[in-house]
Design a protein around this ligand. Structure first.
Ligand code: SF4
Length: 376
């Protein structure tokens, strides 16, 4: 069920995720009429809106319309100081030289976009940003360019980030850094959900699964606001229909369907790069918890993160030397880890509450019908 819209206010707006803005010189600001139509649509359907800003200052009329709907702003760093309660986006060297503009305001969520070539300084960058964010979302821009060498550079930078954030936690400064702390506190998949929880409206008035699909090709549109939106193969966006992801416990992974489509030509199949990156982060979270869990007293409040012997679940799924039963046991053990300490009766009660039919199915599997004539 869609519960929020992402609205691209101008074509050349700050990218908040792993996609790039194409044809930046073709800038097109959303018209006031279209903005009013989107805001009315959102209010009518009780949707909140994430507005993506570019560098162009908006007219007071535009801002007034934006203020009518429950929303969040995401804006380039150049707007820091002009807007409050905004997620600012740090993207590249130039922005990093100006992070001081974040000082003095409320501590907010900040997005840090990094490319494979900037990875060597990720730890130092995170350190320089401490005190300037409440939550830092590190976004890797060029996942498709990752090689084995880049994976190990990322692994070692995640170690540094773990040490830096660990120090903060010991001081009582519980900042969030998505690639490190999210997995520690999650108990289930928490992915991007493009097309299932949010849709994007572009300045051309058309709807897209997410901004990446718009920038890749405007013809990827799902229709306009007056149409009844139908996503082709919509179920492929759902976890249930993602055979690799539903067996995975890298719960913080963005599970980017645009990257899936671009790198594997399947919306529901992640690339090797995406899986390895998510598992390197998962391992960094595991070590982080090991390092600070006891010191900050959270070990009995969060589920332990089991150590894995793979970085890409696809390696296990396709490993012919592992029997299907062992594979099933392997993943079932992983996914049920946070429930291990629940008493069985409580577990069954929760299953009943979630879906009573599941109990019927479990009974069918486990309580065989007795055939009185069969003496064996
Ligand atoms: S599908 Fe989600 S994670 Fe991927 S580019 Fe779009 S918004 Fe970002």
């Amino acid at each position: 069920m869609i519960d929020y819209l992402i609205v691209i206010l101008e074509h050349d707006c700050a990218p908040f995720c792993c996609y790039d803005v194409m044809n930046r010189n073709r800038n097109e600001l959303i018209s006031l009429d279209l903005l009013k139509k989107i805001v009315n649509y959102a209010i009518r359907d009780r949707l909140s809106v994430n507005f993506l800003y570019g560098g162009t200052p908006l007219s007071p009329e535009h801002e007034k319309v934006i203020a009518e709907v429950e929303h969040m702003k995401m804006a380039p760093l150049s707007h820091a100081g002009s807007y409050e309660n905004t997620v600012f986006i740090i993207d590249g060297e130039e922005d990093l030289r100006h992070v001081r503009v974040l000082d003095g305001g409320d501590l907010n969520n900040v997005i840090l976009r990094v490319g494979k070539d900037d990875l060597g300084s990720l730890g130092a960058t995170v350190k320089s940003l401490i005190g300037r964010f409440k939550r830092l979302n590190v976004i890797i821009k060029d996942v498709d360019r990752f090689t084995e060498e880049a994976f190990s550079a990322y692994e070692s930078q995640l170690e540094d980030v773990g040490a830096i954030v660990g120090e903060e936690y010991r001081k009582g400064n519980f900042v969030e850094v998505n690639v490190l702390s999210d997995r520690v506190f999650l108990t289930n998949m928490n992915n991007c959900s493009a097309g299932t929880r949010h849709l994007t409206v572009a300045p051309n008035g058309r709807l897209y699964v997410c901004p990446a699909f718009y920038y890749e090709n405007e013809d990827n549109s799902l229709g306009d606001l007056d149409d009844r939106v139908e996503i082709k193969n919509a179920r492929l966006l759902e976890l249930e229909y993602a055979p690799i992801c539903r067996n995975c416990d890298a719960w913080h992974c963005r599970r980017c369907v645009w990257l899936n489509d671009a790198l594997t030509s399947e919306l529901n199949t992640p690339s090797h790069q995406q899986c390895v990156l998510a598992h390197l982060e998962r391992e960094a979270s595991r070590k982080f918890l090991e390092r600070v869990g006891a010191d900050i007293g959270i070990n009995d409040r969060v589920a332990p993160i089991p150590k894995l012997d793979y970085l890409d679940p696809f390696d296990i799924i396709t490993n012919r030397s592992v029997s299907p039963e062992d594979r099933e046991r392997h993943f079932a053990q992983l996914l049920s880890k946070p429930l291990e300490d629940l008493p069985v009766t409580e577990l069954l009660r929760q299953i009943y509450r979630t879906d009573p039919k599941m109990l019927t199915r479990l009974k069918e599997q486990n309580c065989a019908v007795v055939d009185l004539e069969d003496k064996e």
